[in-house]
Design a protein around this ligand. Structure first.
Ligand SMILES: Cc1cc2nc3c(=O)[nH]c(=O)nc-3n(C[C@H](O)[C@H](O)[C@H](O)COP(=O)(O)OP(=O)(O)OC[C@H]3O[C@@H](n4cnc5c(N)ncnc54)[C@H](O)[C@@H]3O)c2cc1C
Length: 459
């Protein structure tokens, strides 16, 4: 059996007597009313890696693939039982802002097409839809081929830094208990910036004034509909010029069935054959950083989806065979922490179409704020200006407050409005790919990410 090294968590010598202050390095742990204090214990080190990517959504998978392909010993850690994040556990089914992306994003589309997992138009062009189940296997195959070590069912719950403020270990919880993962460079792709927050990074969360975040939505897959009979209710070649009208018609049908959806613009995405994805609820006033909020939202959303679909089916006609296939394992969280980086992408960047010498992604998707306050609006808030295509610089992917830490995906450094644009998954993949490349070179050459250029491969 392999011998495992141990890391003593919190550096506590002995368990302190109840009520006495505990010491972690130079820091004092204050006993708080309503809290318990865990005793110090040794945590086994699960492995040592060049690059550790936390969170395996679109950004995390791309980061891990890019790092491993640059020769880095790469570990990918994911809390769910599959790779893909919102693409799979979240059943999103629709990829935005990907058509101008080369690299891994283009490769993923090609591979989906090869596997017959991308819906094609009558002109032989791919739509934005993909098969969520095929996506799971494809991402696993690609990671295996690239040599990424994958750990599923494992949640990152703490981070340990050295005296110089550089992150050295991520701590996880799983069926195997608590484990430590030693890395040279870490990439936080958890969406909520869990690793960075645990490491002590500064961050912003929600609207700058109200602190409210965009609502959560539970995606669902539905079947039993004949596409040619319901073209006016979903985004297709015929309705592409006025997608809004299809949403309004779908809402009217739901209301005729006896239920008004909490998202005023319910949307059907055609995936393939008779399979559709449905986005129809908004859970307001909840935080993606609160397990209680996520739980309440999930239960409410699942109840609403079932009621809406029962109502539609009850109308008979084109809806009579409508069936709920599955609701997502993970409710979709639009907004989490935006970790402070060496650069903050702002709404001004979008207004001016700003360019950067260290650009890693050209984002073209506009501002898309799902209304935070249902009393004012139940759909999308207007930005007040027209967005121009803009660059996201590498600096927005490098943590300001902690050494050796990068971010990719929706938790990079940006403001509330900018985030609502760059958060879509075509951009997440490009950001992940850039972070993975830079992390690999930094790790292999013993430098910090800010001292590395994107195209600089380790020699
Ligand atoms: C309802 C909804 C609809 C959307 N519609 C679209 C759309 O049509 N098209 C589009 O392109 N984008 C859309 N978006 C936006 C987009 O899906 C997200 O912004 C995108 O998921 C960002 O990718 P990511 O990799 O940063 O995050 P995520 O996909 O959220 O991935 C984060 C991953 O980290 C894992 N994780 C989280 N915490 C931990 C932890 N502590 N330890 C270990 N693992 C962890 C998660 O399980 C997940 O796999 C939508 C979002 C939502 C919520």
């Amino acid at each position: 059996m392999q011998r495992r090294s141990f890391f003593k968590l919190a550096g506590l010598g002995t368990t302190a007597a109840l009520g006495a202050p505990l010491v972690r390095g130079a820091e004092r742990l204050i006993e708080k009313p309503g809290c318990v204090t865990e005793a110090a214990h040794a945590v086994p080190v699960a492995g040592e890696f060049d690059v550790i990517v936390c969170g395996a959504g679109p950004a995390g998978v791309a980061a891990a693939l890019a790092a491993a392909r640059r020769g880095a010993k790469t570990q990918l850690i994911e809390v769910h039982g599959c790779l893909g994040g919102i693409w799979t556990a979240g059943l999103l089914s629709w990829i935005l802002d990907s058509s101008n992306k080369a690299g891994i994003m283009a490769e993923l589309w090609k591979e989906l097409e090869k596997r017959g997992a991308r819906d094609m138009t009558s002109k032989g062009k791919g739509t934005n839809a993909y098969d969520t189940e095929a996506m799971k296997l494809m991402l696993e195959d690609l990671c295996t081929e690239a040599g990424v070590t994958v750990r599923l069912h494992t949640r990152v719950c703490a981070a340990l830094k050295n005296a110089a403020g550089r992150i050295e270990h991520a701590i996880t919880e799983s069926k195997s208990g608590r484990e430590a993962w030693r890395g040279k460079i870490f990439v936080d792709c958890t969406g909520e910036g869990d690793l960075a927050a645990q490491a002590g990074c500064g961050f912003d969360l929600g609207h700058p004034e109200t602190k409210l975040t965009q609502p959560m939505t539970l995606m669902a897959l539905v079947a039993g509909l004949v596409p040619s009979e319901i073209t006016e209710y979903y985004h297709s070649e015929e309705t592409a010029s006025n997608w809004n009208a299809t949403k309004d018609k779908l809402r009217a049908e739901m209301e005729r069935g006896g239920h008004s959806p909490s998202y005023a613009k319910p949307t059907l995405f055609h995936i393939r054959d008779h399979l559709f994805a449905l986005m129809t609820n908004h859970e307001y006033g909840v935080l993606g950083t609160s397990a209680a909020d996520i739980t309440r939202s999930t239960l409410q959303a699942r109840k609403e989806i079932n009621a809406l679909l029962d109502g539609l089916r009850g109308l008979g006609g084109i809806w009579k065979n409508l069936r709920l296939v599955v609701t997502a394992e993970q409710i979709g969280i639009r907004e989490g922490r935006r970790i402070h980086g060496l650069y903050t992408v702002t709404a001004d960047d979008l207004r001016e179409g700003r360019r950067h010498a260290d650009a890693v992604c050209r984002a073209t998707f506009g501002i898309d704020v799902h209304a935070t306050d249902p009393k004012k609006l139940k759909s999308i808030e207007k930005a007040g200006f027209r967005t121009k295509a803009y660059d996201i610089p590498l600096r927005a992917l490098i943590a300001k407050d902690v050494g050796g830490l990068m971010m990719a995906g929706r938790n990079i450094s940006g403001d509330f409005l900018a985030h609502s644009s760059y958060r879509v998954t075509g951009n997440s993949v490009a950001l992940g790919e850039a972070a993975g490349k830079v992390a690999a070179t930094a790790a292999k050459t013993n430098r910090l990410p800010q001292d590395v250029k994107l195209d600089e491969a380790p020699s």
